[in-house]
Design a protein around this ligand. Structure first.
Ligand code: GDP
Ligand code: GDP
Length: 444
């Protein structure tokens, strides 16, 4: 299987210009892709934009809006800086009704300084007669100015065209080496990612920079465990001055995503002392949404005074906070004393086998037939939903296509039913599984 390198587009702009409105409009999926579990809510800040010409991940910086004490300009700046660092293209959204404000000029200046590729969306122009307003914005010194109305969906196609033109080609990455498990070690700064990799390597090979403002890029470490080859991928921790810590911490999620994009299995570390935060839940959700297999590891277990009690507490916490992850393996570890290091790799091997599982078309169809026999497809309109046949189109994770007369009429509950049947039948109990519904054409 080949995979393409993921591209990232960031939405920036001051508050109230319409970032979330545009984000929601752009990330509305067109295809009926059904994710594994209903609990995996679409993340408000990171969404996929699926296009014929190639898809990308859209990042809404609106989630990083300043709190009162942080002050507006400073955080805004941090936000834009980070967007600049992480994204291939920036959509700079402006309020076409208000005209240019000082903060717009400041953002434009920052983008220009970093020579970022920018498309300016002049928003809230709900009527083409208002398009004259666009000329105001030429004073910002930007080239691509597109009038849009996020609310009414006007100008969205030209906007996407302009963005697509600036994006790097969805480069085809080298095929993953056969049998090598690519394991992304993700988690917030200080959770113990480097320590864990060091422990596995048995040596202090990774040097963590503590110089403010420096970043390390993702590091891939090849390692052999139990005769099996792994590529350990570390999301670089970003260490920056405390005052912008909040923004940076959230943004490290983007780094985690980028690392996970290249991996098979995401090993999500949780700090036993700090507990399970929304951020970890978010990373797990994103991992599954992106079709990664997930293993949860609660690190620093050596610090637990009453391990039995803590174990029970974590169990409840995970069950409660990560309902949608009920099926992923989780374990407690200590990168410091090496506890359960072996278990991580045992879990990784098991989960990888499922992740790369391939069923024959005849098996898939047998399961589909049985499933439909047990639980008839629902009535739709004047007929009944027909599921003709199915096949597995790819692995990593196992992805099935079911051909039907009405792909957009497949109700969520029925597709979920099918997923569960597929997972049961093929023993895929620890990973996400995808099912797409396609319309059967005459040719098929
Ligand atoms: P954000 O703070 O940048 O994320 O902005 P929002 O998406 O929350 O939008 C701010 C306000 O602008 C909301 O009241 C929206 O309804 C409004 N808005 C967003 N896009 C448009 C648009 O295209 N036309 C008009 N008239 N209003 C819009
Ligand atoms: P990273 O930012 O995720 O790479 O985290 P590091 O590996 O740099 O670890 C951050 C801090 O946590 C360091 O002081 C480590 O020594 C400490 N640490 C990491 N793993 C453990 C562990 O299992 N137990 C204890 N007690 N400390 C740990």
């Amino acid at each position: 299987m080949q995979e393409s390198a993921e591209r990232y587009v960031a939405l920036v702009g001051r508050p109230n210009v319409g970032k979330s409105t545009l984000f929601n409009r752009l990330t509305r999926t067109r295809e009926a892709i059904v994710h594994d579990e209903p609990g995996v809510t679409r993340d408000r800040h990171y969404g996929r934009v699926e296009l014929e010409e190639g898809s990308f991940t859209l990042i809404d910086t609106g989630g990083f809006e300043p709190t009162a004490e942080e002050g507006l300009p400073q955080l805004m700046r941090a936000q834009v800086e980070t967007a600049v660092a992480e994204a291939d293209v920036v959509i700079f959204i402006l309020d076409g009704r208000q005209g240019v404000t000082p903060m717009d000029m400041e953002i434009a200046g920052l983008l220009r300084k970093r020579s970022k590729k920018v498309v300016a969306a002049i928003n809230k122009l709900d009527d083409p007669r208002m398009y004259d307003q666009v000329t105001d914005f030429y004073s910002l010194g930007l080239d691509n100015l597109i009038p849009v109305s996020s609310e009414h969906g006007l100008g969205v196609s030209p906007l996407l065209e302009a963005v697509t033109e600036l994006l790097p080609p969805g480069g085809i990455e080298a095929e993953p080496p056969e049998g090598v498990i690519r394991l992304a070690v993700v988690g917030r700064p200080n959770v113990g990612k480097s320590s864990l990799i060091n422990k596995v390597l048995g040596q202090e090979r990774m040097v963590v920079s503590d110089v403010p403002g420096t970043t390390r890029d993702a590091v891939d470490t090849p390692v052999k465990v139990n005769g099996r080859d792994y590529l350990l991928m570390d999301t670089a921790g970003i260490r920056k001055p405390g005052r912008i810590k909040k923004g940076v911490e959230r943004w490290s999620v983007v780094r985690a995503m980028k690392t996970m994009d290249r991996a098979d299995v995401a090993l999500v570390l949780i700090d036993a002392v700090e507990g399970l935060t929304d951020q970890e839940a978010r990373v797990c959700g994103l991992a599954l949404e992106r079709g990664r297999a997930v293993i949860l590891a609660v690190n620093k277990w050596d610090l637990m005074e009453d391990p039995d009690r803590s174990f029970k507490e974590f169990k409840d916490l995970i069950a409660y906070k990560l309902k949608f992850l009920s099926y992923v393996p989780w374990l407690v570890i200590s990168a410091k004393n090496g506890r359960n290091m072996q278990k991580i790799f045992k879990a990784a091997e098991e989960i990888y086998a499922q992740y790369t599982y391939r069923a024959s078309t005849s098996e898939v169809n047998r399961v589909l037939e049985e499933s439909v026999r047990h639980h008839q497809a629902p009535i739709i309109g004047r007929g009944r939903l027909k599921l003709f046949y199915a096949t597995q189109v790819s692995t990593r994770p196992p992805t099935f296509v079911v051909f039907t007369n009405a792909p957009d009429k497949v109700h969520f509950s029925y597709s979920r039913y099918l997923q569960n049947r597929f997972r049961e039948a093929f023993g895929l109990d620890r990973i996400p599984v995808k099912i797409h519904f396609r319309k059967r054409t005459r040719r098929d």
